[in-house]
Write a protein that binds this ligand. Structure first.
Ligand code: AMP
Length: 457
């Protein structure tokens, strides 16, 4: 991790006159912390991984050093490639680069799917220096041979967490294959996730990591509690028990690490809290996600299940409880999660459920905070389940098989709104609802025989 050498003004970064003039026109005088930290490392040509959210000035953090060192050229093929997950971000990044390039003679182009590819081919054929693109369209253009990627010297991947969450991993890898091996890789991500980690390990050379330190000091008005719980189904039982207190748990944000877990938990809770429940993750359409957030904000729905990546952009006030249904592997994610409650000096409560497997992650979190999270006894009425989900069963591990496609990689139906009739969840008939009414343990879809077999041992 790069040590912080604080630059008080842009003058300290040793830029050049065209950049200073552009910054002056924008009225920017001081580098933001991520710009400050990233400048020398990006300028050095090393691979870089930056952890920074939108709004921190991350676009200029990579563009300032890139533009400072990008020499004027008449060559047609682009030298800088910036990949972003959405067309909105293509437009935004192009706009930012243009502002910064006001006094520089360079050619910037943005391309994304859903629009006429031929117009984009024509624009590429005219020659360019910096290309901003979504991965799918970029790959199509590269395959059509209009776009030559052999001159790329710098690859920037922005919002890589969202990109991987949307299922772009394979497209990214296909693109890497078309790029020259000698290049600088620069990556920015708001969240550290396992998928991001894997991508860095597989494709980056000894990257320098930078991040604006997440404060390890939780707000004083957030109380924290931890429950030690043996497995998924016991976590569900505990959660159902707690959530029945509708007055106390009046606006609850539940975090899970990945989307399959979000769906699985949704199915379990849906039996009990159907009308009060919503979920957001990247396999849900944008419309569905917006609706869920709106309903949660307005108090129509009391409970929102979210993944770390999708919750990052949320601005929701007055959350009474943040429940970490799983223990985040990266302590910073825990800080971000619990920071969703206790806002505007209101009191907030954060709970974390941890299994034995997650004990190490708890240690990391407690180290970052310099405090221990008090452990609560499981309420007696909470049934301890012996049933295990697939991931909890002993597994024969297939190590590091990069060609194997993981479930999490599968692109979801995210950008196609389903027809209304297809959006309904199949609850498995009235039987499950009957059971729910009696407030018994949720009927689950696990392999019952597996559990029976193991009980007998
Ligand atoms: P970003 O995180 O790149 O999306 O940037 C967020 C916003 O901050 C953009 O509108 C930038 O134009 C603006 N910005 C970037 N750098 C600075 C700076 N040093 N001072 C003030 N505003 C900035």
């Amino acid at each position: 991790m790069q040590q912080n050498t604080t630059h008080l003004s842009f003058q300290d970064l040793n830029l050049n006159t065209p950049l200073y003039n552009a910054l002056e026109d924008l009225g920017f005088t001081t580098p933001t912390p991520i710009q400050d930290q990233a400048f020398n490392i990006v300028a050095s040509g090393r691979d870089v991984v930056g952890i920074a959210q939108t709004g921190t000035g991350k676009t200029f953090a990579y563009m300032l050093p890139i533009l400072k060192h990008l020499k004027y050229s008449k060559q047609e093929n682009p030298r800088v490639l910036i990949l972003v997950p959405t067309r909105e971000l293509v437009v935004q990044v192009v706009d930012e680069i243009k502002k910064l390039s006001k006094y520089i003679n360079n050619r910037v182009l943005g391309v994304y799917g859903g629009t006429n590819i031929n117009t984009q081919k024509q624009a590429i054929a005219e020659g360019l220096d910096i290309l901003v693109a979504t991965p799918g369209r970029l790959y199509d253009l590269a395959l059509s041979r209009v776009l030559q990627l052999k001159s790329i010297q710098k690859l920037v991947i922005d919002e890589v967490d969202v990109m991987l969450d949307l299922g772009f991993r394979h497209q990214l890898i296909n693109i890497f294959d078309l790029l020259p091996e000698r290049r600088q890789n620069i990556m920015f991500s708001a969240t550290m996730t396992q998928d991001v980690d894997v991508l860095i390990t597989d494709f980056f050379r000894n990257p320098e990591r930078i991040s604006i330190a997440v404060s390890g000091t939780p707000l004083e008005n957030i109380s924290q509690q931890r429950f030690e719980v043996p497995n998924f189904y016991t976590k569900v039982n505990l959660l159902v028990h707690l959530l029945r207190d509708t007055e106390h748990y009046h606006r609850v944000l539940i975090f899970v690490a990945y989307k399959r877990m979000a769906d699985r938990l949704f199915d379990q809770l849906d039996v009990f809290f159907k009308e009060e429940l919503c979920v957001i993750h990247s396999n849900k359409t944008q419309n569905y996600r917006l609706r869920s957030i709106e309903q949660f904000k307005e108090g129509v729905n009391r409970i929102l299940i979210a993944t770390d990546v999708m919750a990052r952009g949320l601005d929701i006030d007055n959350v009474s409880h943040v429940i970490n249904f799983d223990t985040p592997e990266y302590p910073e994610n825990y800080m971000h999660r619990i920071g969703r409650t206790g806002r505007a000096e209101r009191k907030g409560e954060a709970l974390v459920f941890s299994t034995q497997k997650e004990a190490e992650a708890i240690n990391g979190i407690e180290e970052l905070m310099h405090m221990e999270i008090p452990v609560m006894a499981l309420p007696e009425v909470v049934e301890i389940s012996t049933e295990l989900i697939e991931e909890e069963r002993p597994q024969i591990k297939e190590r590091n098989n990069p060609t194997k496609r993981r479930d999490e990689d599968a692109p979801g139906p995210a950008f196609h709104e389903k027809k209304e009739k297809n959006q309904k969840e199949n609850l498995g008939g009235s039987y499950r609802r009957e059971i729910a009414k009696k407030y018994k343990k949720p009927k689950t879809k696990g392999d019952k025989n597996y559990n029976k077999r193991n009980k007998r041992k």
